[in-house]
Structures are given as structure tokens and as C-alpha cells.
Ligand binder design. Structure first.
Ligand code: AMP
Ligand code: ZN
Length: 493
């Protein structure tokens, strides 16, 4: 299959025609969160951007296998090779088991992304679930002569790798290995590493490091960069189509991923590298480490000093879609409240669409409009341009309603299909009011009856996972189910 999609590839610094290795199949890997604290809105922006990309690829007819990992071990403080594991540190501070920390923040992550209407990935592998595979890859890299062992730790040997790979290390981020070596040599006198740019593949655990596993080298733990190389190649193959993440991960994380894969598998792992830009707050990057963050929950309940009121998650999603994923986006009360007005105007037009009558002919050129919508998305997922075209349709719909324009029956049908596809399927929005229509809305009522029935059946079969899933998804839409001896009723906030 062929499409007109072009994507900006960080590797070439250019927009390239998207030609999957094995169309219609597409393999996409996105670096997931390190689950040691609540996700902030900056993290959410990256995951919402890739959700939109996943949705558009699927809309175009690609069969996407979307893999997004959970980092639950090996990520040390300051993203370095020395220091405490971020998860164990949090476990110590909260007096919990590391795996309780992992569970707590993984649940939060899923909950928040569901509120933003993100579709879960096809596979969500964890670092701790792939220790054996990580040990295998380290052994392969050692066998190839691109790693060395010191005191039970194994380090990637940049010099050896670069010599036999045409100085490739740095090609994604544009860093020069000589400069990297010169810049860091003096800082690192005590290190076990032969070279300061070398990075850990396996670390021997200190007596205080509680997350540790057996390996041929020591009781220890894998380096942070390794898990993504291992899990992407395990589930998507040695070379796959898309690798994504925030642009802060380009160096060193993604650069190290490329080196590890190339060293172990002899091929470049990724055809298209896609990087999202940062969400900023008061002009500075939103980040856990600096504390310049806003949590999604604070936004949804308005409980913070940065905003004047609460905002619905879907409005926040729309706000994010109004910026291109490669542009930085600054978060402010004013910008969000402008987005809310735009979102309402769009959704009102979507509702009006079902009321308007078709005429003899169309005053506007529907086909040209539809082509512009696709052209925007085909141009490296340009959602802000797409949204500007959607607002052209809003004007047309309102003009038809007011009797100042007309639309033919064929065009009206196609306009509905196209708007539904872009607004709901691709941008992932949904009308906030739909479930609130309550008893006056027969359609919603019968949908709710169906869901309640399915949940009841599930409970009878002791399939509590399904029953809980239904309750949880409804709760994300502010719909509460009340069980009593007379049956189940529902209520929308
Ligand atoms: P972390 O859990 O810190 O590894 O981050 C998870 C994902 O969120 C990574 O892909 C980061 O690049 C991304 N990220 C972190 N901060 C921001 C931000 N301010 N804006 C957008 N993405 C971010
Ligand atoms: Zn990663």
C-alpha cells in the first residue's frame, strides 16, 4: 500500500516519504515512563502526540504494532551510571517495596492517559520482565568485542565500536565523539570506565542497591539504555519503522540504543526517528527534577495556583493538538481557556451537523477541503493546520444552518464521515456533553443499559477484570455506577 505521508526523521533532519519496511505492517516503539512518580503534563504531551500518530497511521490503513515500555529498573538518578536507582530511592522515601512504587505509578500513568483518551499500546513490556534478554544482549556485545568487564560491571566500548562503525556514535544527535571525550575526560578520574563516554550495560550492585539480579558478571542490574534496545528488537525485529520519544532523549539515550543494537545485531535498528518537543511552563521545560511541573490531576480539579479554573482532559488534549508535535508549547491559563472556546465551537458544529438539511447543491468545494485535511496530516502530522481546516468546515456548517450556504446530500454524508474520522478517530477528541444528556437522550440511555448489562454478565461469570474495566472507563467520563439490590443505575457529574 502507498500513502502520501511524510515524516520528519531526526536521523536525516528532513521530511521523508513514509515507506514502512513491511507495509501494511508498521512497527513503532516509544520510550515509556520511569514509574517512580506521578506523570506530569510534559510527559503526557509526548504520549498524546504519539497516540495521535498511532491513530493517524491506523486511520490510513496501516496495521501498527505499537510497543511502549515501562522502565521499572536500572534508571539511576541524574540519568547517570552512578547513584541510586530512581525507583529504589522512592521506595526508601515512601517506605514501600520497589514493586509497590512501580505498581502505584504505573496505575496512575494508565489512569491519566485513559483520561486523555489515549489508546493503550499493543505491547507494554517492562525492564524487569526482560532481564534474561538483556543479559543475552550484553553477552552478544561482549562477544563482538564492543564491551568490556571491570569488577563485575560491563561497559560499552565506544572507541572499539566507533573504529569499526565509521564513527557513527553521535549521528542522531549530531554530537562529535572527539568533543564528547575531550569535554568529559577530566571530570571522571575515578571511573572504572576506559573512556568517559562509555556507558554501563550491566552494573554490579552495591550492598545498598536492592533491585538486583544474577548474571555471569555479578549480582547487579542492567544499564538504563539497554532495555529499549532489547525490547524493541524482541517485539519489532532487528530493524523496525518508527522509534519515538521526547527530544530530550536523543542524547545519550537514543544514541546509546543505536550503538547497542548495531553492535549486537549488525544493522541500524530504526528507519524513522521521531522526536516530540517539550511542554514548557512559564517558558521553562516542565520537568520532574526541577519541580517546574503541573500534574494532570491538578488541572482536572483546578486545584493549583497556576490556573484560574479546572479543565476537562479532552480540552487539554485539544490544546495540545493545536500545536505541532515538533514545536515547543507553553502552558498558560489564557492559552487553555482560548482552546476551551475553540473546542466548544468545534463540538457545537459537530452536533449541528446532525441537524442540518441537505440542499440541491454545495456552495463549497468539499473534495478540495478534504484533500487539504489529508495534506495537513500527511505533512508530518500537522495537527494545527488540520484544525484550521476543521474550523473552515465549522463556518460552512453554521452558514448552512443559518440558510446562507448549502450542501448536497452526498457532500453532507461525506463531510460527516470525514469530520468524524478527523475529530474523533485521529485527534482522539470526544464531546463532553454526550453522556450528560441523561434521561432525555434515548440513545445514550440504551448504550448505558447495554454496558450495565455486559458488566452484570461479566460479574456473574466472575470476570471482575471486565466489570472493573467498564466501571473505570465510565468513571473517566465522569459517569458513576451505583449498584443496589434493585439493579444498577448511573449518574453523570
Ligand atoms: P521520563 O519518565 O522522565 O523518562 O519521561 C517520559 C517521557 O516524557 C520521555 O519521552 C520524555 O522525553 C518526555 N518528557 C519529559 N518531559 C517532557 C516535557 N516537558 N515535554 C514533553 N515531553 C516530556
Ligand atoms: Zn528508551
Amino acid at each position: 500500500m502507498t500513502t502520501n505521508l511524510k515524516v520528519y526523521n531526526t536521523l536525516s533532519g528532513e521530511k521523508e516519504k513514509f515507506e514502512p519496511i513491511n507495509a501494511p505492517h508498521v512497527g513503532m516503539y516509544v520510550c515509556g515512563p520511569t514509574v517512580y512518580s506521578f506523570v506530569h503534563l510534559g510527559n503526557c504531551r509526548t504520549f498524546i502526540s504519539f497516540d495521535m500518530i498511532y491513530r493517524y497511521l491506523t486511520h490510513l490503513g496501516y496495521k501498527v504494532r505499537y510497543v511502549r515500555n515501562i522502565t521499572d529498573a536500572g534508571h539511576l538518578e541524574n540519568d547517570a551510571d552512578e547513584g541510586e536507582d530512581k525507583i529504589s530511592k522512592k521506595a526508601r522515601l515512601e517506605a514501600l517495596e520497589p514493586m509497590e512504587i512501580v505498581q502505584k505509578y504505573t496505575l496512575n500513568f494508565h489512569d491519566v492517559l485513559a483520561k486523555f483518551n489515549n489508546i493503550p499500546p499493543s505491547i507494554e513490556p517492562t525492564a524487569t520482565g526482560h532481564i534474561v534478554e538483556q543479559i543475552d544482549m550484553i553477552q552478544q556485545i561482549l562477544d563482538e568485542g564492543f564491551a568490556y568487564e571491570v569488577n563485575g560491571s560491563v561497559y560499552f566500548d565506544e572507541e572499539a565500536f566507533n573504529k569499526s562503525n565509521a564513527n557513527e556514535y553521535g549521528k542522531l544527535s549530531g554530537r562529535k565523539i572527539d568533543e564528547l571525550m575531550a569535554g568529559s575526560r577530566e571530570l571522571d578520574g575515578q571511573s572504572e570506565k576506559r573512556n568517559p563516554v562509555d556507558f554501563a550495560l550491566w552494573k554490579k550492585a552495591s550492598p545498598y542497591h536492592i533491585m538486583r539480579w544474577n548474571s555471569p558478571w555479578s549480582l547487579g542490574f542492567p544499564g538504563w539504555h539497554l532495555e529499549c534496545s532489547v525490547m524493541s528488537s524482541k517485539y519489532l525485529g532487528d530493524t523496525f519503522d518508527i522509534h519515538g520519544g521526547g527530544m530530550d532523549l536523543k542524547f545519550p539515550h537514543h544514541e546509546c540504543e543505536i550503538a547497542q543494537c548495531k553492535a549486537a545485531n549488525h544493522v541500524d535498528p530504526v528507519k524513522y526517528w521521531l522526536h516530540t518537543n517539550m511542554l514548557t511552563l512559564n517558558g521553562a521545560r516542565m520537568s520532574k527534577s526541577t519541580g517546574n511541573t503541573l500534574l494532570p490531576e491538578e488541572l482536572f480539579d483546578g486545584d493549583n495556583d497556576k490556573l484560574d479554573k479546572a479543565y476537562h482532559p479532552i480540552v487539554v488534549r485539544f490544546f495540545m493538538m493545536q500545536a505541532h508535535y515538533r514545536s515547543s508549547l507553553d502552558f498558560s491559563s489564557d492559552a487553555l481557556s482560548a482552546s476551551e472556546k475553540g473546542f466548544e465551537r468545534l463540538m457545537e458544529a459537530m452536533a449541528t451537523l446532525s441537524e442540518i438539511q441537505a440542499g440541491e447543491s454545495s456552495t463549497n468545494d468539499f473534495s478540495a477541503w478534504k484533500a487539504k485535511c489529508y495534506a495537513a496530516m500527511d505533512d508530518d502530522f500537522n495537527t494545527p493546520i488540520l484544525i484550521s481546516h476543521l474550523f473552515e468546515a465549522v463556518k460552512w456548517i453554521n452558514a448552512v444552518k443559518a440558510g446562507n450556504a448549502s450542501i448536497s446530500a452526498t457532500d453532507l454524508n461525506e463531510l460527516k464521515d470525514t469530520l468524524n474520522a478527523f475529530v474523533y478517530d485521529v485527534l482522539g477528541l470526544y464531546p463532553i456533553e454526550s453522556a450528560a444528556a441523561g434521561e432525555s437522550d434515548d440513545f445514550v440511555n440504551s448504550l448505558m443499559e447495554t454496558l450495565i448489562e455486559v458488566r452484570k454478565e461479566a460479574k456473574l461469570k466472575r470476570d471482575f477484570a471486565t466489570a472493573d474495566y467498564i466501571r473505570e472507563r465510565l468513571s473517566n467520563l465522569q459517569v458513576t455506577l451505583k449498584d443496589s439490590k434493585d439493579g444498577t443505575t448511573w449518574d453523570k457529574e
